[in-house]
Design a protein around this ligand. Structure first.
Ligand code: ATP
Length: 340
């Protein structure tokens, strides 16, 4: 794999706050990398320092083998698509896409052909003369992409560009974005806090925690083999369950297991406190009866875990299960062992 862009020990401080804290990351040529992290962990700051809107405090960003960290934004040749698309509302679609070419003093005779070809790729050729406010959310997204594409950037940065779309449109916009990226073969760095976006869009996911990459890999690998308890808790539709090892393997280590890593059995028993129906399964929260299962929670009424089942449970019902697989974590939260 060729490395397209790499971050080498980068820091960004606001006052004493280290928003990016010795971050290292390599992005491969042509990949769709999703940077996933909770709010406030520095995702937008990572993108803003990459395009050069914000200056790095220390460290290097290497793009195509060249250190770009000190270059002004217009010399970096990086495109950024913002959450709100930042389109010019008083201009037509055509004028919006044309804008960066005019700014870059692009050869006039080539502008029209260039815009038409990109509009065709993105299927917005028939709305070029429309005003921005006459477009749907999905169309606006494509115009924003077209405006980014038109300058032939080396890499694309996208800051939660789908978050303003309603759920149904987002579903198709997601699929389309991935298709466009693969067809064009461009490198995309996409930041989000949305698990579904991370799992469906990414070739790889880099999880950002406190200004560093906590783990990088394909989504399922991070989901099933999170290197820390923190990752197990954050990644996934439901958090990983953590209990003390006492009743599983007679250890004082922490056992982590996903909602569906269970089979019928009675190694663990509990009382159901809620049950949610999903498409063809149920998520059940129960409080475990077994003693000494508390790890970091002292909640009354037993340690809560969330399980995926294929039948409905009434509130207050008893539930029993065994574990098909689990991960063992050290007291400091780091992964010790995978048990399958
Ligand atoms: N210009 C600034 N001055 C001071 N602090 C800032 C500035 N910009 C961002 N921060 C702080 O840096 C931290 C990271 O912000 P950033 O916007 O990068 O997070 P994020 O992960 O993108 O969050 P979100 O998902 O909510 O957009 C936050 O605590 C934020 O308050």
């Amino acid at each position: 794999m060729n490395v397209k862009m790499s971050y080498e020990n980068i820091y960004k401080l606001y006052g004493k706050k280290r928003v990016l804290n010795k971050l290292n990351l390599e992005i491969y040529d042509g990949e769709f990398l999703v940077v996933l992290g909770p709010s406030g962990m520095g995702k937008s700051t990572l993108l803003r320092t990459t395009v050069g809107i914000e200056e790095l405090t220390a460290g290097k960003i290497i793009l195509d083998g060249k250190d770009i960290s000190k270059l002004p934004p217009n010399k970096r040749n990086i495109a950024m698509v913002f959450q709100n698309y930042a389109l010019y509302p008083n201009m037509t679609v055509y004028q919006n896409i044309q804008f960066p070419l005019k700014m870059a003093k692009y050869e006039k005779s080539k502008i029209k052909g260039k815009i038409e070809s990109i509009a065709e790729t993105l299927k917005i050729g028939d709305v070029l003369e429309r005003n921005i406010n006459q477009l749907s959310g999905g169309q606006k997204q494509r115009v924003a992409l077209a405006r980014a594409l038109v300058r032939d950037p080396k890499i694309f940065l996208l800051d939660e560009p789908l978050s303003n779309l309603d759920a149904r449109v987002r579903y198709t916009a997601r699929a389309e974005l991935k298709k466009i990226q693969k067809e064009l073969g461009h490198t995309f760095v996409y930041v989000t806090h949305d698990q579904t976006e991370a799992s469906t869009l990414s070739d790889r996911v880099a999880v950002l925690r406190d200004g560093r990459i906590e783990q990088i890999g394909v989504y399922d690998e991070i989901l099933n083999e999170p290197k820390s308890k923190w990752l197990g808790d954050f990644v996934g539709e439901y958090p990983m369950n953590f209990i003390s090892g006492d009743s599983i393997n007679n250890s004082s280590k922490i056992i982590g297991f996903r909602d569906h890593w269970i089979s019928e059995g009675d190694d663990l028993t509990g009382t159901v406190e809620w049950c949610n129906q999903e498409e063809d399964s149920f998520h059940v929260s129960c409080r475990l009866d077994n003693k000494n299962l508390e790890t970091d929670s002292d909640e009354e009424g037993g340690h809560p875990v969330i399980l995926k089942t294929n039948k409905r449970y009434e509130l207050g019902a008893k539930i029993g299960f065994s574990l098909k697989r689990y991960n063992i974590y050290n007291e400091d939260g780091s992964l010790l062992q995978i048990v399958k």
